[in-house]
Design a protein around this ligand. Sequence first.
Ligand code: ADP
Ligand code: MG
Length: 347
Amino acid sequence: MRLFVLGGGQLALMMCWESQRIPVDFSVYDPDSSAPAYRCARRPADPLEEVERADAVTFEFENVDISLAERAERLGKLRPPLAYLRLKKSRLEERAFFDSIGVPTVPWRRAAGWEEALKIAESMRRAVVKVPTGGYDGKGQYVYPREAGAISRLEGELLVEEYVDIKREFSIVAVRAENGNVYFYPPAQNYYVHGILVWNIAPVKAPEEAYEYVHRILDRWKYVGVLAVEFFETSDGRILANEIAPRVHNTAHWTLETDASQFENHVKAVLGLPVREPKAIAPTAMVNILGVPIEKLPVAELERIGKIYWYYKKEARPRRKMGHVNITGGSLAEVASKARLALQLIY
Ligand code: ADP
Ligand code: MG
């Protein structure tokens, strides 16, 4: 079996780690020859030829070379289907998709340009203006009225949405096998700072309707593989879908501590193998290591608290995801307090 992954970041690296016991020839393609996944995976000479030879092609981030993904789709090898990747080309398309399948989101509107965006934002009182393409980890987002100046310098179509009062953020990560079987990992509660995930904790509870929304998303174009859906629970009790990630996701790195991680299940699902429900799920916290180079990392202290996963990135730019720490324990309270300790040690 040959699996070809588009993108060679930490998500591809962890997919490769977690498929060491599966008899699969694993290759990745990333324009950056020092990409993390090359520590583990084979680098094909010609990516287009690799698409021809592979049994299955998947991707680990949304801004992959779309022509490779399209080629794989035409050959019937791309999993999940291209339709999900296309959604991620524009936040506006993604919102319209949620609307079309009746999944509630933050009230939103499309603006033709910054002037209209400011007008809509004013009518909402407090708003977030998001650039439709290319944003991640809080990039390309501006809060109105505080950042009205920056909004007036934006170009092109914009997504304007109400700034909602969030009580908590959680995500549901699911895996759907080719035969339609769906397994939901228990939800994780996620803590963001300036739009970037800093740490999270699982398993937590989520209302039944959230699972129903995930099902609708999976069913729309017969998803295969791991899918993440980020939710807001607002102070007035609404459950709103924020965005999907048609791939393995940072909020489910904690599943590495179970006996069937999201990475292993994704690889199995896209290869048409049966997926597995984890049997052993302990309270787990995950702490992201952002922008810290290996020389500055208190490795020994962190190893006493949890398990370090390091992504082997050459350069530690601010906010860049360098690694993470997984912490397991007897209760959510215990792992949360250890996570706070880890955060103090790292930052
Ligand atoms: P990204 O693609 O950067 O993850 P998101 O839309 O998920 O973009 O936004 C990142 C974070 O910013 C969210 O997890 C949330 O904490 C905050 N945020 C985004 N949109 C809103 C909103 N409408 N109201 C309040 N907070 C928001
Ligand atoms: Mg997000």
